[in-house]
Design a protein around this ligand. Structure first.
Ligand SMILES: Cc1cc2nc3c(=O)[nH]c(=O)nc-3n(C[C@H](O)[C@H](O)[C@H](O)COP(=O)(O)O)c2cc1C
Length: 359
């Protein structure tokens, strides 16, 4: 396809391939990241956003969110909060547990987060943002990065100014999700802002938003000349997307997973979840992935519904087997004999809000 796309470095941390698994609260936990990393093509993994209030007050959930596997490296911990001292303390903790990069969340639109000055709230309070970045910078040796939105208000797009300020404070990589806080997840991400930031600052710049296939990734690279691409929701629907983009970068035939591989990935994920959390929580997460993963697959809606109605590990496993057996035999899938009430399925989280528990 094209050869201009190459690895980049955040100081001495090489991002190769230049593809980042976008942080998603409630989704990109240690199991999901490992699942994705094993599929190939992920150049950087990032934790879910972690509350600095939780971390610095010894909240066990926040601490658990900092765990990672060696095989995930390079690995970034993303933190959120509004107090410089707490942010710096949490950054030190991330460095101590061995994270390669510390990332500051300047994008979360959840009221609970914004109210305390954190997340996208920082996009309308440069004094606070500057104080936070400078304090963190003094206290850690690993690279400091940020993930921002286009702006807080729709009528005040300030991503380029935010990027300049961040660079001046010593930030070494800027990722932009080109929607405003007000916009939430509506409409499309503005990638022209990624181009503008890339033309303005000298640190590496990556873009986020709406990349769901190889063509989309290449188009965004071509248009913006950015260094890296983040993929979030697209990876839930297609865990092989990173490998596919990497194949295209190297001019290889693009990997297409077989039905067997799709079935295996659901089992692998479920096994990891059950090792890591109580059964009901694992079933809940499984519903979430099964919902995204089978979008567009034949019989996918009925399968999602069947998994959604499962209440035990065995039920989930049986539904997976039945669905894939039907697909492999070329038979239609009828769920568990239920009528096709396909409207009901596991809710898809559409913001960091749903997973915000510690702030
Ligand atoms: C469920 C969900 C949770 C998210 N949580 C975070 C988060 O914790 N930190 C963050 O920086 N962005 C978060 N985001 C934003 C994504 O990282 C990404 O920028 C956005 O979804 C656009 O990219 P996509 O179209 O590839 O998903 C979240 C998005 C979703 C859908």
């Amino acid at each position: 396809m094209e050869t201009a796309i190459k690895p980049f470095s955040i100081r001495d941390v090489e991002i190769n391939p230049p593809l980042i698994l976008s942080p998603m609260a409630g989704v990109t936990d240690i199991s999901f990241r490992r699942l994705l990393k094993r599929r190939g093509g992920v150049g950087l993994t990032v934790s879910e956003f972690i509350s600095v209030e939780g971390l610095t007050r010894n909240n066990p959930k926040s601490k658990r969110q900092m765990r990672f596997f060696e095989e995930e490296r390079p690995f970034a911990v993303q933190i959120f909060g509004g107090q410089a001292e707490r942010m710096a303390m949490a950054a030190e903790m991330a460095e101590e547990v061995g994270a390669d990069i510390l990332d500051v969340n300047c994008g979360c639109p959840a009221p609970k987060v914004v109210k305390h000055g954190g997340g996208s709230g920082l996009l309308r309070d440069y004094t606070r943002l500057e104080a936070i970045l400078k304090e963190i910078k003094k206290r850690i040796r690993i690279p400091l990065t940020i993930k921002i939105r286009a702006g807080y208000y729709d009528n005040n797009i300030n991503a380029v100014e935010t990027a300049k300020l961040a660079e001046a404070c010593g930030v070494e990589h800027i990722a932009l999700h080109g929607r405003t806080k007000e916009q939430g997840y509506k409409g499309l991400a503005n990638w022209d802002l990624v181009r503008q930031i890339k033309e303005t600052v000298s640190v590496p710049v990556s873009g986020s938003g709406d990349v769901v296939n190889v063509e989309g990734a290449f188009a965004r690279w071509r248009e913006t000349r950015c260094d890296g691409i983040l993929i979030g929701r697209g990876a839930m629907a297609n865990p092989w997307i990173f490998r596919q983009v990497e194949d295209a970068i190297h001019g290889r035939e693009i990997f297409q997973p077989s039905l067997e591989e799709k079935r295996a990935v659901l089992h692998e994920y479920f096994d990891m979840l059950r090792e890591d959390m109580p059964e009901m929580a694992a079933i809940g997460k499984m519903k979430q992935l099964a919902g995204q993963f089978t979008r567009g697959l034949k019989g996918g809606a009925l399968f999602r519904q069947a998994v959604y109605h499962s209440h035990s590990v065995d039920e989930v496993l049986n539904r997976i087997s039945e669905y894939f057996e039907a697909m492999e035999a070329g038979r239609p899938y009828y769920g568990e004999g239920r009528p096709a009430d396909v409207g009901e399925e596991a809710p898809v989280l559409d913001s960091c809000e749903a997973a915000t528990v510690n702030s």
